[in-house]
Design a protein around this ligand. Structure first.
Ligand SMILES: [Zn+2]
Ligand SMILES: [Zn+2]
Ligand SMILES: [Zn+2]
Length: 353
């Protein structure tokens, strides 16, 4: 890691300023340099947010200076020079970069970029402890995006001397990011080791907040009899109902009989839940009994859980009977029920980490 730059000059160009924020982020999060404290995470997030703002703006400026105003129609050179403008928000900047500057930003990247603000607010409200790990995981994603963004969108727009300086800084940042990812991975492995020892791989699922496979369900209820579990990676607390809301059928707003668990009968069965056990992978999962049902599939026609293995038609018993009648009396279109078979195509999502 190269030493910190001299105190910023007054005319520090935007890119250099953004890179300086990123350098600070890496210094705060790289455990090779020193142990990462919750306070480090706080400043990493603040500086990461600043880097996002500054670097996205730098690219907008390259397109046209009026684009950094929240309302380009009110843009004046004077307001820009005197820095009295009301600036674009991150959401606006992303929209303009996509629509006007044709910068490719995926939905996932957009979510990570705009999610930072939410995490920063969480840190401010809940103090320094609980959400720090989730924030750290997200920060890695944003850092990864910004390094690529500088490389692909900004370097080519710099003069040779500035570009050299920026490239040198980027090299340091890449090294830091690799270290951060290594430590994240070590923490993930440690949690996996613990889960394995407890024999809980079949009931450990992906946390919706930090995306790590670190949410161990089916632990004993706490003293109040609540079933809240906390993610072992980021400490986010989850109730079964909340988890179900991430795993309902597309377009489904409330739990219904489509979520009936074959074991407990409750409307608590979520679809396509990612489970740590590699034998199971992605499967239907009951958030009340904390059991995965890999042999269960939604009925091709009505969407109710049905034992896929027993019945090659992909239909539940009652739809199968209907089908028999149809062959006798004519056929209905399954899409009348809102369920086409294409919804249930298995995606072989790549195993994360
Ligand atoms: Zn988590
Ligand atoms: Zn159940
Ligand atoms: Zn059916």
């Amino acid at each position: 890691m190269r030493p910190r730059a001299a105190p910023p000059e007054l005319d520090f160009p935007l890119v250099r300023n953004g890179l300086d924020y990123l350098t600070s982020v890496v210094e705060h999060l790289d455990e090779n340099q020193s142990k990462v404290t919750a306070r480090d995470v706080k400043y990493a997030v603040l500086h990461l947010q600043a880097a996002v703002e500054v670097l996205l703006k730098a690219r907008l400026m390259a397109e046209h200076w009026s684009l950094v105003f929240s309302k380009p129609e009110d843009a004046t050179r004077k307001a820009l020079d005197e820095a009295t403008l009301s600036s674009v928000t991150t959401d606006q900047a992303i929209t303009r970069l996509r629509n006007i500057a044709a910068v490719p930003i995926t939905d996932k990247e957009e979510k990570a970029l705009t999610g930072l603000g939410k995490h920063r607010n969480k840190l401010q409200h809940f103090g320094l402890t609980a959400p720090a790990r989730a924030v750290e995981a997200k920060a890695g994603e944003v850092l990864d995006f910004l390094i690529r963004f500088v490389d692909e969108e900004l370097l080519i727009r710099l003069g040779p001397k500035e570009r050299k300086e920026a490239e040198r800084t980027l090299r340091g940042l890449r090294g830091g990011l690799a270290n951060i990812n290594t430590f994240m991975k070590e923490r993930t492995n440690r949690i996996r080791g613990e889960v394995k020892k407890e024999g809980a791989e079949n009931r450990t699922i992906q946390c919706p907040d930090c995306d790590q496979m670190a949410l161990v369900l089916g632990e004993a209820a706490n003293s109040d009899g609540e079933l809240t579990v906390s993610c072992r990676f980021c400490a986010s607390p989850w109730e079964p109902e909340e988890l179900l809301s991430f795993h309902r059928t597309e377009g489904q707003e409330e739990p219904s009989e489509l979520n009936t668990c074959p074991q407990c009968g409750e409307w608590m069965l979520g679809w396509r839940v990612r489970i740590l056990s590699e034998l199971v992978g992605e499967a239907p999962f009951c958030f009340a009994c904390s059991v995965a049902f890999p042999a269960l599939a939604p009925c091709d026609r009505c969407g109710r859980p049905t034992a896929a293995a027993d019945d090659s038609t992909g239909r539940c018993g009652s739809c199968w009977e209907d089908a028999m009648e149809e062959t006798r009396y004519g056929r209905e279109d399954p899409t009348d029920y809102g369920y086409g078979p294409e919804q249930w195509d298995d995606e072989n999502d790549e195993e994360q980490q």
